[in-house]
Write a protein that binds this ligand. Structure first.
Ligand code: CP3
Length: 364
């Protein structure tokens, strides 16, 4: 194995991390097996999470307490042989830091107070101090990287469009009518909100890297509800503003960025050139097809349907093997789900999934 000699920080820890399967796969270097981690790997399907959560005021209080956020981040790492951790937090905390009240209501999801519906209200939203108000995330990252040692930690934020959709709709939405109406009737107002979110996200992600995040992921869960043209204006452009700023800053320029544009299949060839190092792919298209669209310009992460973890073990196994066979032994694959682990998932199934990715790769 060829080892690079010129580490900027010659500590054992840094060099081990740099050679981790996850970071190598993101650089599209050849690896013995694809690394695996799972979106929402720290969440309600874990009994230890539910137990801790029942003793804390609410989900936001867990995120805001660095030692609790650290403890939850480590839960799946202690239980399973995963190749990356993701800091326990939420994409919507940025809206709270900009001045809106946020709460998570049992069985209803997130609720934002009014305050991002008119031009005047959007002008009031704070940019300058918002990233400082999120400093508990950096504190949690500092605590977590000390514990993780050789496992890289992923920092993250939501795409401006996805975060704005919750802020403008004041929560989850079926048809995104309020934010879309704003896009068609008052595009400059929406663009000013998206720009504010890009500015805060740049500082927020930079702070996460300063604290020890070794990769970044941008979640665009709802860009797929837009036409290609509208997606470029309202989702991709503000996301690229973030990516380009990070790639120009000496602190963040070598940190790989994963972009998850859920459901935006028609634009994969465009997304391959968006500046991200990897794309996260949902389960509705084969990775080999995405690879043809992206032409080896980016690594690909995915793409098991999270509901497969609810299927009989043999069925799950066949699906895992299908994804690995379809990909073959090309470099640049990170095994993951096409969306987050669902709360009713049995952790034994997650264990099986991880074992099968490991053993299949050895046989192959
Ligand atoms: O383990 C991890 O992946 C890291 C933590 C993480 C959470 N949310 C924790 C969480 C991450 C990366 C997110 C991202 C996130 N949050 C997204 C993008 C990815 C996606 O799922 O599409 C979005 C859209 C959100 C917004 C959000 N957060 C919603 C809509 C909800 C309610 C729905 C639900 O799943 O309960 C949340 C709550 C949330 N975020 C939970 C967790 C563990 C559940 C909180 C609880 O009740 O304990």
């Amino acid at each position: 194995m060829v080892q690079t000699q010129s580490y900027t920080q010659p500590t054992e820890n840094v060099s081990n991390l740099d050679q981790s399967l996850f970071l190598k796969a993101l650089r599209r270097e050849q690896v013995a097996r694809p690394p695996i981690w799972l979106m929402r790997q720290a969440g309600r399907y874990l009994p230890e999470y539910r137990n801790l959560r029942s003793n804390v005021k609410d989900f936001i209080a867990m995120c805001e307490d660095p030692s609790l956020a650290c403890e939850v981040t480590l839960m799946p790492i202690k239980r399973f042989n995963l190749d990356a951790a993701i800091i326990f937090s939420d994409i919507l905390l940025i809206g709270q830091a900009m001045g809106l009240d946020l709460s998570f209501v049992e069985d209803k999801g997130p609720i934002f107070s009014a305050g991002a519906q008119t031009k005047e209200q959007i002008e009031q939203l704070d940019v300058d101090e918002a990233s400082d108000k999120l400093s508990f995330v950096s504190e949690a990252i500092k605590l977590t990287v000390k514990e993780l040692k050789d496992t890289p930690l992923i920092g993250f934020c939501g795409s401006p469009w996805t975060v704005a959709s919750y802020m403008v709709e004041q929560g989850s939405s079926k048809d995104f009518r309020t934010i879309k109406k704003m896009a068609w009737c008052e595009p400059q107002t929406l663009l000013s909100l998206l720009n504010k979110l890009s500015m805060v996200s740049i500082r927020y992600l930079t702070d996460q890297v300063r604290a020890g995040a070794k990769a970044l992921m941008i979640f665009d869960s709802w860009g797929g509800v837009l036409s290609d043209e509208a997606f470029k204006t309202f989702s991709l452009d503000p996301t690229q503003t973030i990516i380009h700023a990070l790639k120009q800053n000496p602190i963040t320029k070598n940190i790989p960025i994963i972009f998850f544009a859920k459901g935006k299949h028609s634009l994969y060839s465009t997304l391959a050139n968006c500046g991200a190092d990897a794309l996260s792919i949902d389960w509705t298209v084969p990775l080999s097809w995405v690879q043809m669209q992206t032409q080896d310009k980016v690594a690909l992460q995915g793409n098991l349907d999270p509901t497969m973890l609810l299927a009989p073990p043999e069925y799950l196994k066949a699906q895992v093997e299908q994804i690995l066979t379809d990909w073959g032994n090309r470099p640049g694959h990170i095994f993951n789900l096409g969306h987050g682990v669902l709360p009713p998932t049995d952790p034994t199934q997650v264990q099986r999934l991880i074992d099968w990715v490991h053993t299949f790769s050895k046989q192959g």
